[in-house]
Design a binder for this molecule. Structure first.
Ligand code: GRF
Length: 221
């Protein structure tokens, strides 16, 4: 059996991405072990998801710390104490300080609900919907000190349909988030992600002939 990558998942909310990671581990698609789930909010449902699977879950409230870095120092110490090698941000609604990012260089991943570099920041789905793009999607990337702009690991594209609302688009994107996040972590676990400047090379990546055909929306009859 492959070595299991020790990961720590940070979240603030419902934790459907956490659930997708748990499911992938339980189904043998992801060689990782969740050492800890940390939430800055005590009522985050993601904590319950973790506990339902006997995964240690901890609340580290951001309130009451004198600075962003002071809070991050507590979180980093906790993650290191659990032997975490890869930090997985899964709906963690806080910016990380440079101290945090330097504590885990090239070892923090995030998922953004838009096709980076478009629509960075909060509510990527809503921004894309309101802009009127014909395609949106989601992006897993390494975290650097710029907002949602680190090297891209994997993206999934979804169409925006005429009958869509912000919610139906967000839901279509979320389905793809749940596919690509566990896959990105698995590629990392296999040691296949090589960061080369802005780019991530995936070693052993096979060329996909179907990727050569363009997506057009609305379609051309
Ligand atoms: C997702 O939309 C993700 O892209 C964003 O935060 C949301 C987290 O959702 N970063 P969940 O808590 O995993 O359900």
């Amino acid at each position: 059996m492959n070595r299991k990558l020790p990961i720590g998942v940070l979240l603030s909310g419902g934790g459907t991405n956490l659930q997708a990671i748990i499911d992938a581990i339980e189904q043998g698609r992801l060689d990782a072990e969740i050492r800890t789930v940390v939430s800055n909010r005590e009522n985050a449902y993601g904590l319950t998801r973790a506990r339902n699977h006997d995964i240690p879950a901890t609340v580290i409230d951001h309130r009451g710390h004198p600075s962003r870095e002071a809070y991050d120092r507590v979180v980093v110490e906790h993650l290191k104490g659990q032997g975490v090698e890869l930090v997985v941000l899964a709906g963690f609604m806080r910016l990380l300080s440079p101290f945090f990012i330097r504590s885990f260089p090239d070892r923090i991943m995030n998922i953004h609900p838009a096709l980076s570099p478009s629509f960075a920041g909060l509510h990527g789905q809503k921004q894309a919907f309101e802009y009127g793009v014909r395609f949106s999607g989601c992006t897993v990337h390494f975290v650097t000190e710029g907002l949602d702009e680190g090297p891209i690991i994997i993206q999934a594209v979804v169409p925006v349909l005429p009958e869509d609302t912000e919610e139906t688009l967000a839901q279509r994107i979320l389905v793809q988030e749940h596919r690509i996040y566990p896959r990105a972590i698995q590629l990392y676990s296999e040691g296949r992600l090589v960061i080369e400047g802005r780019k991530v090379r995936v070693t052993g990546e096979e060329s996909d002939a179907s990727a050569g055909s363009a997506l057009v929306n609305p379609h051309i009859p």
